[in-house]
Design a binder for this molecule. Structure first.
Ligand code: SF4
Length: 472
């Protein structure tokens, strides 16, 4: 019987089995940012400890930084304090920091892959739920809490319960206007937001095999929204091609040796899984969330669920979500007015996401009542987009072109919804109050769909707006 990639990587990183039944797991790469690390560094200081492997630890700043101008000190005193603390901690503990002036700053889950830090076969931890993103490379990657950040800083190890593995095979072919974001929203709708509890998701099948690394990252990024602690894709030619010549990837002969090893880590054809499901993506249309968790979504042409058709707790949950969102059960999602359009985040703030969105808004204007923000996922993404002139496309359409950061995904910086504003967002969470206003409302969708909503001023099907034979 063969083995899954998850099991191979887990076994290779097992230090020992703990008396608790947990595994002491060696962490190959630890990514650090300004929000979940200050207390962890303080705990280290209190104990007189050093960072065990500073060469396996990298830091960036993403959550709290302003994106409309970054002169220091920041106007927000708390943000300034957090960045200053990170800078001091990195200096004191000998950790490389990709700061604002480095040219490499960005959202931690965007810069890790683009710098080649993220590699197949690694165990990767970061004090952020969306660390699952890095699984796109065939790494076992998961988010951790602040006390675990301390543990990894001090020992490079974590005490972990092993996960079961569910293989999700995505078949068919994606229609134009349908993206990885739609696939993962459909998967979460099918399996539920808690459906992945205790599992790592292995994404496989022809659709995933044809996906670019950017698309695979979008898929793995939202594993956590389906309750899975981790998600991954087996390394293949696409993975190897992406990593070649990246700054922290091996070079020359070492790269070829690494590539051969990476490929060998892919799940064996006769591997046993704890669960397997098939998803047909051929019939999928653009998806939009209508509720207050990422599992509450519909195709843009579908009608919203009606509480009357559900029973018990489900009925109550539907009614509550619809009331919060101000939507009518059984009504259409298309035509829902939006106030803000946000393109960015670690889910969909990469160059290809900006290219897709720009192709929709090129030569058009966003609706006069819509505030549009484009926030690249990293400085490198921003620079690459500007080399292609995408910033001009967005600006001419009426969008604000911002500096790299998390921005309105979480609104820990000044980019926030106000009152009951509705935001078409390419991010990953639509919880109540997620985007900074306690009453704000979030509709998750692909970047192209956000662009279409911005132009129409309401939720609309992007497909007629696509360039080429499918659209105008
Ligand atoms: S973009 Fe959003 S989800 Fe991603 S790391 Fe930043 S705050 Fe977290």
């Amino acid at each position: 019987m063969g083995s899954t990639l998850f099991r191979k990587v887990w076994d290779l990183h097992t230090v020992r089995r703990l008396p608790t039944g947990q595994t002491q797991l060696l962490i190959g790469l630890h990514l650090v940012h300004e929000v979940t690390s200050p207390q962890a560094f303080d705990m280290l200081r209190l104990r007189g400890q050093r960072v065990a492997f500073p060469d396996r630890t990298f830091a960036t700043v993403d959550h709290i930084i302003p994106t409309d101008g970054q002169p220091r000190p920041f106007a927000d005193g708390m943000a300034e304090q957090m960045l200053t603390a990170l800078e001091r901690n990195c200096r004191e503990f000998g950790i490389p920091l990709f700061g604002l002036e480095s040219g490499d700053q960005g959202i931690v889950h965007v810069i890790g892959p683009e710098l080649g830090l993220t590699q197949p076969g690694m165990t990767i931890a970061c004090g952020d739920s969306h660390t699952s993103t890095h699984g796109a490379f065939g790494a076992v990657a998961f988010g951790i809490g602040t006390s675990q950040v301390r543990d990894v800083l001090a020992s490079q190890c974590l005490a972990m319960d092993p996960l079961k593995v569910r293989r999700i095979s995505v078949g068919g072919a994606l229609a134009p206007g349908v993206y990885a974001k739609d696939v993962i929203l459909a998967i979460i709708r099918t399996l539920g937001v808690q459906g992945g509890a205790g599992f790592a998701y292995e994404y496989a099948g022809p659709v995933v095999g044809r996906m670019t690394m950017d698309e695979r990252m979008t898929l793995c990024n939202m594993s956590i929204e389906g309750g899975a602690r981790a998600g991954y894709v087996n390394p293949d030619d696409t993975t190897v091609a992406y990593l070649r010549a990246r700054r922290f990837a091996p070079a020359g002969d070492a790269f070829e040796r690494a590539a051969a090893w990476w490929r060998s880590l892919a799940s064996d054809p006769d591997a046993a899984y704890d669960d397997e499901i098939d998803v047909d993506a051929g019939a999928l249309g653009p998806m939009v969330t209508w509720g207050t968790n990422p599992g509450q979504s519909v195709g843009v042409g579908e009608r919203l669920p009606a509480p009357a058709d559900a029973a018990g707790a489900e009925r109550e949950a539907l009614a509550d979500a619809l009331a919060y969102m101000g939507l009518e059960g059984g009504g259409p999602i298309a035509g829902t007015r939006v106030d803000v359009a946000f393109i960015g985040s670690c889910t969909n703030g990469r160059l290809s996401d900006l290219q897709e969105a720009a192709s929709v808004v090129r030569g058009r204007r966003i609706a006069t009542h819509v505030r549009g923000l484009v926030v690249p996922g990293s400085k490198r993404v921003r620079d690459a987009a500007e080399r292609e002139g995408l910033h001009e496309v967005f600006r001419e359409a009426g969008f604000e072109w911002r500096q790299a950061g998390c921005s309105m995904c979480l609104a820990m910086n000044p980019d926030r919804l106000e009152g009951r504003e509705v935001c078409a967002s390419s991010s990953n969470r639509n919880f109540k109050g997620r985007q900074g206003s306690p009453a704000g409302r979030t509709l998750l969708m692909s970047p192209a769909m956000v662009a279409a909503a911005a132009v129409a001023g309401e939720v609309t099907d992007v497909r007629p707006l696509l360039p080429g034979p499918e659209g105008e």
